[in-house]
Design a protein around this ligand. Sequence first.
Ligand code: PGA
Length: 256
Amino acid sequence: MEIIIQPTAEAATEIAARIIAKLLREKPDAVLGLATGSTPLRLYQKLADMKLDWSRATTFNLDEYTGLPREHPQSYHSFMWENLFRHINIRPENIHIPDGNAADIPAMCADYEKAIRDAGGIDLQLLGIGSDGHIGFNEPSSSLASRTRIKTLTGRTRSDNARFFGSPENVPLHVVTMGIGTIMEARTNLMLAFGENKAAAIAGTVEGPVTADNPASVLQFHPSAKVCLDEPAASQLKRADYYRWVYDNKPDWQSW
Ligand code: PGA
């Protein structure tokens, strides 16, 4: 794993923006996996400001709530259009978000997996992390080999997301999410995590044992996983000094 610790979330976001911009410039028809939540908001603003060419790019979002109308302000469909898609020149037909209102959820999930395969697989998957270590909405105990499917949120995640819905009870109980096996097939995984609330999950991800109890820890098995952190999110890492030293001594050809 490449652990990139920056003084601020803004600086860590800037690096993530450069990584994605480089991919889009080198591979205009790249397939990007996208994430929602507070963490990537600033990244999406930066990507929009960079005026990149998204006309040949394809995107797949990680997850969606079930039972929320697409137009609901807290649906991830609304989130993505509001915060990224309406600001860039992506073609609507190249955008994929799981349909949380599908009549046949398992069939929709199988179709989603097929669409990812048909697009040639995901070049770069952007990830946040839950305070419980979830990636996508793969909560602790998710199979590390799981595919896109329905999941039930933990009480902790519903509390974490209550700020968007007024109270934890208003947060949908069920979601559809790419599986951990799906995420692991992306050619690169790029995780962003900011704030003290993520420090324990990040320590487990980077330095803990690989365990379904902290689903993000599976990234230790990924050949190209980058983790961009601010100082508070990195505050429980035992080897933080080593990660900083590695980053400060990267060969020029490895930089973005
Ligand atoms: P956040 O959510 O970016 O709103 O902290 C991250 C996640 O739950 O994956």
